[in-house]
Design a protein around this ligand. Sequence first.
Ligand code: AMP
Length: 421
Amino acid sequence: MIKAVTGTKDTLPGEINKWKYLENIVHDVFSHFNYKEIRTPVFEETILFARGIGEETDIVGKEMYSFLDRSETNLTLKPEMTASVVRAYIEHSLGNQQPLNKLFYISPMFRQERPQAGRLRQFHQFGGEALGSTSPYLDAEMIQMSFHILKQLGLNDLTVKINTLGVPASREIYKQKLKSFLQDKKHLLSADSKKRFDTNILRIFDSKVDEDQQLLKEAPTLLEYLDDDSRNDFDLLMKAISSAGIPFEIDPKLVRGLDYYTKTTFEIISGKVGSQSALCGGGRYDLLIEELGGKPTPGVGFAAGIERILLACENEKSFTLPDDSLDLYIVKLDKELSNVIFDSASFFRRVNYTVDYDYLDRSVKAQMREANKMNARFVLFIGGDEFKSGFCNLKNMISGEQYQVPVNQLDQILNYFKNAS
Ligand code: AMP
């Protein structure tokens, strides 16, 4: 039997409603903040991600699905969206059309990670990107939108963590301080962290090794070496999210190793999904657009993992799905009336009711079982002696009441639907 590839998942009809429920909330919240949707191709030239995410990150270093196509072009299935959005922004000169572009997306992403609960090889993210302003209120907006979406999904066990990375100049001073602090402890670091000590010292904070984290406890923090502008923006950000009623913690360990990430970083963590606990993450990238060949333009954004969020929702039992029952199930009492049933179903569907009937020539009993399984609000019986005298029977499945309706005046049924809802 051919199976789905490890780390990929089918979304079956039984699960689709919770995806749609989440997607509706995502669309709603972004549109209230006036973000416009953007869609980009599933694959891009590999160089885009190598430059936009950074050669030394895990994503580019070991997780990308890259391949040569038949014309020997090196392509990659997108592992994240920011680089693609920035590419589209530059390619279509979106900055010339308006000074600030507020964009959002919902899209599959691909990373060859070791699959486990909450970690897949094809997963889905929604996220926002705002290109064109250094205002810390946009950083606040990112946190506000992601928090709002998670709250609207009914999630409670959430921790918002924020940090600031400053600008490359202040970060450089800090890196030197961190280097001197770790210099005489270097031999105690894990092999990976030893490497990072030389290549990209900030990334030692990402280490999952306990001993590394113990050593870092006493380390100086970036906040102590922050430039005035970054400190001012960080203060404004904290004030803004406080007044939006969002509780947060400062986490100096929330770093990104690359120079085009500047100032704000944030993450929202769930206490209900095990070790892969980050539901979303984001931050400011004032130097990225220039890095990818555009005019110097500031930007800020976030990405959230849908599968992981839905896992948190399931574990918190955070929402119940709205009712998706049928308005009407039509029971066929005589096989030869298929065309009448077809026309009746078409009539109700045209006026926006959800209707189904039997296509398998099943017994009346089996059809009633099906109507019950689909939670039909009404059942319409077509056929038998009644039909011959020009009528059919309608049953309200909730109250049990039955009505006789003339076959040639099916629109009368619409009143019963309305009165019952
Ligand atoms: P990142 O782009 O790595 O900052 O990730 C943003 C969010 O995407 C994370 O907080 C997760 O919710 C989700 N995510 C990242 N990688 C995976 C993965 N391999 N499987 C499922 N979700 C993921």
